[in-house]
Design a protein around this ligand. Structure first.
Ligand code: PLP
Length: 457
């Protein structure tokens, strides 16, 4: 079978059997998916041998870059030694123990405890189960409501998707939990009412939070869930002081602050965790995944404070915290995370992200001279281009035009992978990225946007 025939065979099999996350059925049944055969550093190669710079970092996750021999050796070694260990009740394994201790060292404040999960969605689900348990242990049986934000993304289990607030992810064909989850406005200054200063806009967001708590009843609100910077919602960097102000409101009303750092942790913003260093907030709970293993293994974690631990363990006499998974603290995944953290430390990749991040943002800003680029926004190694039909009114293109996808298709032709989200294009490259690679991204994206603009006439 020739290479081409084999690639075609894989595409056909894939179409027939693999229901992908976020499949758009008519397009997929027509076009199928692009089979990726190889990955090395920031580059991926498809089954036809074409090489691309992957500026998405897999899916916001390949922080140390792929294809590392050292990681392959670690995984193989752990696999030979002990591929699996039962984590339930009173059995443990060394990689999981060491990783839990390392995360306690890296996490801010008194966050010293870890529930291992299989990814980000289950970390968010675990956070809510922990919150319920905690509130019941305190005798606060009514305190179960969650406040989140429109445009937030927290995963795709029934609960985590319901906590999320992206309209496009809430089509009428799916059902959602809506009796104890409430959504505030997305803190997007670009889309704020005309004429408001950033400070005045922030004030409206804080007032909305206060009013929502009053409406539900402070005794019923258990937790506020927030990504430090919204990722899939379009890299929304909130107004200056937003998280500190929201955390103050939480404190006043005995509401837990949950930072969903599935994207932002492990260096994407130049810090192990973004909440404390960059947003002046010490959360009660942090959820993380993705960069914890840089995509080498599936793993997530729900990290929580001594204060919560003390309440649940003191109340725990003859009670069982009946939560966890077959693969909680999986030894190969935890060994991958330990090696990943070791590589980030040894190669000073946080420093590289802090160094290249501002250069990336600066160079991306040069695209704002293009007629359809409404805004370029981001921080560190997270960036988003918002494409608009009219820069003055900020009016969007009709959704059916799929402008983000048109641009990403042109990028793909030119050897660059970026991620389209309706009218947006987002990127989150590995922390190993160089200035030359940033220059390639910006140059190629400019060309792709110009081509897509020409297609429209
Ligand atoms: N939370 C955030 C902020 C995310 O961006 C994601 C995934 O993109 C998730 C949770 C869900 O993670 P997973 O896809 O690993 O379940």
């Amino acid at each position: 079978m020739s290479t081409k025939t084999h690639a075609q065979h894989i595409i056909e099999l894939d179409k027939a059997h693999f229901t992908h996350p976020w499949t758009v059925f008519d397009v997929f049944n027509d076009e199928g998916a692009l089979p990726i055969a190889k990955a090395e550093g920031i580059y991926i190669t498809d089954s036809q041998g074409k090489r691309y710079l992957d500026a998405v970092g897999g899916l916001w996750c390949t922080n140390i870059g792929l294809g590392r021999e050292e990681m392959a050796d670690t995984l193989a070694e752990q696999c030979r030694k002990m591929a699996y260990a039962n984590p339930f009740v009173d059995m443990t394994n060394e990689p999981a123990t060491l990783l839990a201790a390392k995360l306690a060292e890296l996490a801010p404040g008194d966050i010293d405890h870890c529930i291992f999960t299989c990814g980000g969605s289950t970390a968010v689900d675990s956070a809510y189960r922990l919150i319920q348990y905690y509130q019941n242990c305190r005798g606060k049986h009514e305190k179960k409501h969650i406040i989140s934000r429109k445009n937030a993304y927290h995963g795709s289990t029934y609960l985590s998707m319901s906590i999320g607030g992206k309209a496009g992810d809430h089509p009428p064909e799916f059902d959602f939990i809506d009796d104890f989850i409430h959504h505030l406005s997305c803190p997007n200054f670009y889309r704020a009412p005309e004429g408001l200063s950033e400070q005045a806009y922030l004030q409206t967001l804080v007032e909305e939070f206060e009013q929502t708590i009053t409406r539900i009843g402070p005794d019923k609100v258990a937790a506020f869930f927030a990504e430090p910077i919204m990722g899939a919602g379009g890299v929304i960097v909130p107004p200056n002081g937003y998280h500190r102000a929201m955390a103050d409101v939480c404190q006043r009303h005995d509401i837990l602050y949950v930072a969903d750092e599935v994207v932002t942790a492990f260096g994407r913003l130049g810090e192990w965790f973004a909440s404390e260093e960059l947003f002046d907030v010490t959360p009660d709970i942090i959820t993380c995944a993705k960069g914890i293993t840089s995509g080498y293994q599936p793993l997530g974690a729900c990290l929580y404070s001594d204060r919560i631990h003390q309440v649940i363990s003191e109340a725990g006499h003859e009670r069982c915290f009946a939560h966890g998974f077959t693969y909680s603290g999986h030894p190969i995944a935890c060994a991958a995370a330990l090696k990943n953290i070791e590589i980030i430390e040894r190669e000073k990749l946080l420093d590289n992200a802090r160094d290249i991040g501002p250069y990336f943002q600066q160079q991306m800003q040069t695209l704002t001279d293009l007629p359809i680029v409404g805004e370029v926004r981001g921080q560190g190694l997270m960036v988003c281009v918002e494409n608009v039909a009219d820069k003055n009114s900020k009016q969007l293109f009709p959704e059916a035009l799929d402008i983000g996808k048109r641009i990403s298709d042109h990028c793909e032709e030119l050897g660059l992978i970026i991620r389209p989200i309706v009218h947006l294009n987002v990127m989150s490259p590995p922390l190993t990225i160089t200035r030359e690679e940033v220059d390639f991204i910006v140059r190629t994206l400019r060309q792709a946007i110009l081509r897509a603009t020409d297609d429209l006439v």
